[in-house]
Write a protein that binds this ligand. Structure first.
Ligand code: ADP
Ligand code: ASP
Ligand code: MG
Length: 732
């Protein structure tokens, strides 16, 4: 075997809808309905086993499309073919239905051959091979890449863009019990169309892409219309035309999927699925309706290992199309601070479990256990080594996951705790603020397939060399988001000690209001300015991976706060002024006094900080007098000792008069567009002046104004700013 080759490989490929709406031959979308291809090298022969869709009629010899694609790969990659191959195909995509079953077989075969041989080809080549075998680049590109793909042929290859529609987009597919082969439905199409029809489709295709990019679901009904192929094909589908006319619903667009007979609807809110089924039923056609989501990952190869879940394991989870919902829940330290609270969380998890969902529960360290561990380190070393600090603080989560797993087992719920390493979370290896680079979900999937609730240690993962690394304060939120993305969970709920995201920290401002919806932008800004209810990284990861977050109370039920794209919120942000007042007390201001005022000094200071991975926030430099100047900046408390040490060294080298640090607090007002209105900053400064609070530094961005003040005046300042900008509590 070639290095990197594997005796066994398993590939998962999504169903796809081509010709999406008006995007004839150019727009494809991957759907959360999957075929699995498992390939194994054996001493001789070709053995093919087929389960699920198509098991009655798909060929089990060399004419099988998966095998043909594998052979095509071997040829293209100049690979030595394995002496024998055993293939197991477990299909959820119905063949000849307009859901890309042939593209899935081809992409599955190409990737399986790549996994077996350990050879890879450039993505463009794989796409071109797949398109050549299937004839439909919009199907194969979406199956390969996931999300929504715009793809066009070009001499010498394809040009494509993949985009992820908002995660809240729902997909309903009506699958009438009719077989329609693409070859047949191609024949009914005209060679030429009118300019009017061409223009109709050009405009709508652009509209569809723009609507999905911006979450303008109100446009979908128009944007999904087509005049290039549907009208010619609908006569081949009994009930289809009448159904398309009647199953309309606000916020949803409907079109044929591929060349039919399936019909696809995209939108948000109540699904038109039942109305679609009804439409077919009236024409005497039986039909199944699938409620799906957009697949975000595309085809995925999982190398076969003993621990990897088997096809049987997958079946135990239910068929992929109708898989059980998977929910990632996160309970913060405040929610598991005592044994009593752990028992309450166990009771809530058991309740959620009884609704039949698969669960991954991410847990933080109990209460302020992390702070306790950091204090221990501080008691034995002045500047504790970051590697050892991570080894120390990662134990906090290991305690809480084991306790929660025991509490669940005690209630008769099968649960297993997994540390960061066992969860398969791989980081970039930077101690105390590692970023997650990959997640190998095999262990989690295997535990879920065994019917276990997975209790996942938050805040940690292993670096490339196997060392324990932690993800920064509040990092369990990032663990939850990343696991939700990697597992394609149906929901990611962050449970904490408050009912959601408020207009200010409810522990400081009694009248703070619960915000039902917050955009990713606003939440990022709020998190970076001290609303520790969600860690900043977790918000950025959620935005990137389109994970819709819900922040809720771990104690009482309530709707909580949904964090999603502004566009999905259905409100315009224009005119919205201050949405929240935030503050942080853990700031440290470092001042380098009377530095030589010459080029290169600031560069030396900040290079020294950057080398230690210290994140600097506000920076100011004075006006300079007599060849000397002051530089001041702020850092988080955790970094202050390292920052001070670095500055003292540079200060001594360049001849600073004094290097000092003092604690400070930052108060901020956040809201879209406030930098365009100078009255906001003016009112903020006036409000602080009325309290006699001195402003030490000021910074602004598009959607916030921040002031650095003395930490002992912070609460007062927040209350006054909240009263000024947001007003008193709403009467309930
Ligand atoms: P957990 O232990 O659940 O991770 P954290 O203590 O990290 O909880 O975050 C929850 C806390 O965030 C709340 O108790 C609240 O005091 C604080 N918080 C700060 N600003 C806000 C805000 N704008 N909305 C909600 N909570 C806030
Ligand atoms: N225990 C870690 C901390 O205190 C992570 C977390 O709570 O999310 O920062
Ligand atoms: Mg937290």
């Amino acid at each position: 075997m070639t290095p990197g080759s594997s005796g066994r490989v398993r590939v998962r490929v999504p169903a796809t809808s081509a010709n999406l709406g008006p995007g004839f031959d150019a727009l494809g979308m991957a759907l959360s309905l999957y075929n699995f291809v498992e390939a194994e090298a054996v001493p001789r022969g070709l053995e093919i086993e087929v389960a699920g869709e198509g098991s009655d009629d798909l060929p089990r010899d060399r004419s099988n499309l998966v095998w043909r694609a594998m052979e095509r790969f071997f040829r293209a990659a100049d690979a030595l073919q394995p002496a024998g191959v055993r293939l197991r195909l477990d299909n959820s995509i119905p063949p000849a239905s307009g859901l890309g079953s042939s593209a899935a077989a081809i992409v599955g075969g190409l990737l399986a051959a790549s996994g077996l041989t350990g050879l890879t080809l450039p993505l463009e080549t794989v796409l071109a091979l797949a398109a050549e075998l299937d004839g439909h680049p919009d199907n194969v590109a979406a199956a390969l890449l996931g999300g929504m793909v715009v793809v066009v042929p070009q001499p010498g290859g394809y040009r494509w863009v993949r985009m992820l529609p908002p995660a809240c987009l729902r997909v309903a597919v009506a699958l009438p019990q009719l077989a329609l082969r693409t070859e047949h439905s191609r024949k009914v199409l005209p060679d030429e169309v009118t300019l009017t029809d061409a223009a109709f489709n050009v405009g709508r295709t652009a509209l569809l892409v723009a609507a999905l990019a911006q979450g303008r679901f109100d446009l979908l009904a128009t944007a999904m219309q087509d005049r290039l192929h549907q009208d010619y094909r609908l006569p081949l589908i009994p009930g289809g035309a009448a159904m398309l006319r009647t199953a309309t619903r606000e916020g949803w667009g409907i079109s044929l999927s591929g060349s039919g007979p399936s019909v696809i609807a995209l939108g948000v809110g109540e699904s038109p699925g039942p109305a679609m089924a009804d439409g077919f039923a009236r024409a005497g056609v039986r039909c199944r309706v699938l409620d799906l989501l957009v697949d975000q990952r595309g085809a995925a190869v999982e190398q076969g290992t003993a621990a990897a879940p088997t096809v049987e394991g997958m079946r135990a989870r239910g068929r992929a199309g109708a898989r059980r919902p998977l929910i990632v829940l996160k309970y913060g330290g405040s929610s598991v601070a005592t044994p009593e609270l752990i028992l309450r969380v166990a009771a809530r998890v058991a309740d959620t479990r009884s609704s039949g969902s698969d669960l991954v529960v991410v847990v933080s360290a109990m209460g302020d256990a992390t702070d306790g561990l950091l204090a221990l380190a501080g008691a034995v070393a002045r500047l504790p080594d970051r590697r050892e600090l991570d080894a120390l603080v990662s134990t906090g989560e290991q305690v809480s996951v084991a306790l929660l797993a025991m509490a669940l087992q005690d209630r008769g719920v099968d649960a297993i705790s997994l540390s960061g390493a066992a969860l398969g979370i791989v980081t970039d290896g930077v101690f105390s603020r590692a970023r997650i680079s990959r997640v190998h979900v095999d262990n989690i999937r295997a535990a879920l397939a065994r019917g276990q609730v997975v209790i996942a240690a938050g805040f940690q993962g292993t670096g490339p060399d196997g060392q324990v690394t932690t993800l920064g304060r509040g990092g369990s939120d990032a663990t939850a988001v990343v696991l939700a993305a990697a597992l394609e969970a149906d929901a990611c709920e962050i449970h904490t000690d408050v009912a959601g995201v408020y207009t200010a920290d409810p522990r400081v401002v009694a009248g703070a209001r619960l915000l039902p919806r917050v955009s990713y932008d606003e939440m990022s800004e709020m998190s970076s300015l001290g609303a520790k209810v969600l860690q900043l990284r977790s918000v950025e990861l959620a935005r990137r991976h389109r994970v819709r977050l819900i922040v809720k109370s771990s104690l009482v039920s309530g709707p909580g706060t949904v964090i999603e794209e502004a566009c999905a919120m259905g409100e315009t942000m224009e005119g919205a002024l201050v949405r929240a007042v935030t503050h942080t007390k853990g700031e440290v201001k470092v001042v380098l006094e009377a530095l030589p005022d010459v080029p290169g000094v600031a560069a030396r200071v900040f290079t020294a900080l950057a080398q230690q991975n210290i994140q600097v926030d506000m920076i100011i430099q004075g006006r300079g007098r007599e060849g000397r100047n002051d530089i001041a900046f702020t850092v988080a408390q955790d970094d202050s000792a390292a920052a001070l040490a670095a500055c003292r060294q540079v200060g001594a080298e360049v001849g600073a008069r004094r290097v000092a640090a003092e604690e400070a607090a930052k108060v901020s007002v956040v809201g879209a567009g406030i930098n365009q209105d100078a009255r906001v900053a003016a009112a903020m400064f006036e409000c602080l002046a009325e309290l006699g609070i001195n402003i030490e530094m000021i910074s602004t961005s598009g959607i916030r104004v921040s002031c650095l003040i003395r930490p002992d005046r912070a609460d007062e300042a927040v209350r006054a700013l909240h009263a000024r900008f947001i007003g008193p509590a709403e009467a309930s």
